[in-house]
Design a protein around this ligand. Structure first.
Ligand SMILES: [Mn+2]
Length: 435
């Protein structure tokens, strides 16, 4: 059995806007938060101890972090070198240099020959010797179109066609690596990518309209004992056979992650038997206070009451309130700042509500359940300027909805299986080395 700690999306050096300068150190407090959270992950790796650490990519917000950020990252990972724990650092989209070859911020670990460290900046199989035996790791860094395609090949193609060609190339290249695997040894795929089915918040598909996404069928191959992903900041398990897992980011990078639990994953890999444990990290809370005081007789009192209602101690707070312009005189900013003082940091945003604003259509309000076609009809009924094309718009919407049903995920899955077979055939006949 090989024990792995899988973490991802550290983004060390980001989110400074949510911190303040610590007078004792001169450093941004959010930077200190990120470093101490990373230290907790490394603490756990050493305390277990694990046999291998996998980092899923996006070490920093960009490929050229300032020395103080680089040094903090290196200082933590150095502890794994001292503890003789092999480590794979995968290159994410934020780590790639926009000019020239990718992986600028992480390739230094290979250049320096750091013992036990592997940098995954290309699709490649690595043999890694751990305390509990050998393991194979296929690294798949963030793919850009230029990685697998040349400009003449894609001339005149639509974005959808280019993405499809990219997936076809990736499938063949992956097949090449898979064929080199030793079936006797546990195998992990470590990849930085967006899957078709990654979700964000409440069941909303993250990938819709975002371009390049990888079909699940490419990842859920039986040759993998574990598929360690990076890129999506919300922890999620996409498949259980094999386990395909985003551990998520280790800290909240911005307010979009306000309600997400943060952590890393401990994995025990044995051929045909993988166990998984999500380990939450005690990270700094974020809190959005949204208050509509535009109908309040005493808007200041309403705001103070809303703030008093939330535990904001040591929290990153944003107060967003709606107010009418003639109420503005009733707001005492100094008093607001005073009650928000106990927050770690805070911002205040006043949104002016115009009295002239057209009232929203009641039939489209929240709390009513309505089909997309009925919603469109309600909108058109209230838009006299669109009357002459209303019927055409409804016909077009019908056609779009039909299209959507046809390309449902189930169909994509069937298509995918066909393509995997095709890729196997292609790999057999050509033995292509693409990367
Ligand atoms: Mn990423």
């Amino acid at each position: 059995m090989i024990k792995i700690l899988h973490l991802s999306d550290i983004h060390l050096g980001s989110g400074f806007a949510h911190g303040r300068i610590n007078p004792a150190t001169g450093l941004n407090t959010r930077f200190e938060d990120f470093v101490s959270t990373l230290a907790r992950c490394i603490d756990r790796a050493i305390a277990e101890p694990v046999d291998l650490v996998l980092f899923g990519g996006d070490a920093f917000p960009d490929a050229t972090p300032p020395p103080v950020v680089q040094e903090a990252f290196a200082g933590q990972f150095r502890r794994l070198v001292d503890a003789e724990i092999p480590t794979v650092l995968l290159v994410g989209n934020h780590d790639q240099h926009s000019q020239g070859a990718g992986g600028a911020s992480l390739c230094i670990y290979r250049t320096l020959g750091v013992p036990g460290f592997v940098v995954g900046d290309r699709l490649q199989r690595h043999d890694i010797e751990t305390r509990n035996g050998p393991i194979q790791v296929i690294t798949l860094p963030w793919l850009t179109r230029s990685t697998l395609l040349t400009r003449p090949e894609t001339e005149g193609m639509s974005l959808v066609e280019v993405n499809q060609l990219l997936i076809d190339r990736l499938r063949i290249a992956m097949e090449g690596e898979i064929r080199r695997l030793n079936p006797e040894i546990p195998t992990v795929l470590l990849a930085h990518l967006m899957t078709e089915t990654a979700r964000f918040g409440a069941e909303r598909f993250l990938a819709v309209g975002k371009g390049f996404t990888v079909p699940m069928g490419l990842l859920t191959r039986p040759c993998f004992d574990y598929v360690a992903l990076g890129h999506v900041h919300r922890h999620q398990i996409l498949s259980e056979n094999p386990f395909v897992v985003y551990p998520g980011s280790i800290e909240r990078v911005d307010f979009s992650e306000e309600s997400e639990e943060k952590g890393f994953v401990l994995v025990e890999v044995e051929p045909g038997k993988t166990r998984l444990e999500f380990c939450p990290l005690p990270v700094r809370p974020f809190c959005t206070l949204r208050v509509d005081v535009s109908e309040a007789d005493d808007p200041q009192a309403a705001l103070l009451k809303a703030i008093a209602h939330e535990p904001i101690q040591d929290t990153v707070v944003r107060l967003i309130y709606q107010i009418r312009s003639e109420q503005m005189d009733q707001i005492d900013s100094a008093a607001l700042h005073q009650v928000l003082e106990s927050a770690h940091t805070y911002t205040i945003h006043a949104e002016l509500v115009s009295q002239l604003a057209r009232p929203r259509l009641p039939e489209l309000g929240t709390g009513t359940c309505i089909t997309p076609m009925d919603a469109l009809k309600a909108y058109l009924d209230n838009a006299p300027q669109l009357q002459d094309i209303a019927q055409e718009m409804q016909d077009a919407a019908q056609a779009l909805l039909r299209l959507e049903t046809q390309t449902s995920l189930a169909d994509l899955e069937r298509e995918e299986q066909g393509r995997v077979k095709q890729a196997i055939v292609e790999a057999e006949t050509s033995q292509l080395r693409l990367l």
